[in-house]
Write a protein that binds this ligand. Structure first.
Ligand code: DX5
Ligand code: ZN
Length: 219
């Protein structure tokens, strides 16, 4: 399957979110990645459901919502009405991930779980039947424009093994990579199993249309 590209709108000029949403659509990306940060789970405070709804009105592209929030049980349901393609919350932020994953799925939305660079991939082992997407953080969450953490390669390989094991038990999920993705590592990420690439600064700092194609491996 072709690699899916999810530009992180956090790296846009934030006073012009509508224009950025249109730019992402015209670049033939697959999703708009929305980084919701609450000032608690991470120090920064970015968008909430109201600004996300306003972005949604400006584009036909499906939303890929990444919640970096301390209380996902409270925040996740606020996004159901927007009918996004994916809602992802952090493993580290909840003691009841199964209930929350099931709640997301019950709205016919892909249920995503994210792990920070310090959380072992093995933490997801008992959850494989409940999620549709794993968002592997390849930088510490909180800011765009950081450098890809090299130890992520081993984590991606562990996740590929988890995916293979899940498959033999009849379950599957997509692997989404978030943080420091550019033309320097995209091809290798895809070769090692990535299905969805999030990218912020790389896409917004150049010709986005060309760069989306280069992340897809079409150049
Ligand atoms: C980091 C966010 C990422 C970030 C990606 O906390 O989750 O989505 O905006 O931006 P780049 O591609 O610049 O690392
Ligand atoms: Zn993100």
């Amino acid at each position: 399957m072709a690699t899916l590209i999810s530009p992180s709108i956090l790296a846009a000029q934030l006073a012009y979110l509508g224009a950025a949403a249109k730019q992402i659509e015209e670049a033939h990306a697959d999703y708009v990645h929305i980084d919701v940060m609450d000032g608690h789970f991470v120090p920064a405070l970015t968008f909430g459901e109201q600004i996300t709804a306003a972005i949604h009105q400006e584009t036909k592209l499906p939303l890929d919502i990444h919640l970096m929030v301390a209380k996902p049980e409270i925040e996740v349901p606020k996004y159901f009405a927007l009918n996004p393609a994916i809602i992802t919350f952090h493993y580290e932020a909840t003691n009841a991930p199964i209930r929350l994953l099931e709640e997301i799925r019950s709205h016919k939305i892909k249920a995503g779980i994210s792990i920070n660079p310090r959380t072992p991939v093995s933490a997801l082992k008992d959850l494989v039947r409940y999620f549709d997407v794993v968002l592997l953080m390849t930088v510490e969450p909180g800011f765009y424009g950081q450098k890809f953490i090299e130890a992520s390669w081993e984590r991606l390989s562990a996740l590929e093994h988890l995916k293979a094991a899940a498959k033999s038990a009849g379950h599957t999920f997509q692997i989404e990579i978030d943080g420091g993705v550019s033309d320097t590592n995209a091809a290798k990420l895809v070769a090692e199993g990535a299905d969805i690439l999030v990218s912020g600064s790389y896409l917004f700092k150049g010709n986005m249309k060309e760069r989306v194609q280069s992340l897809k491996g079409n150049k």
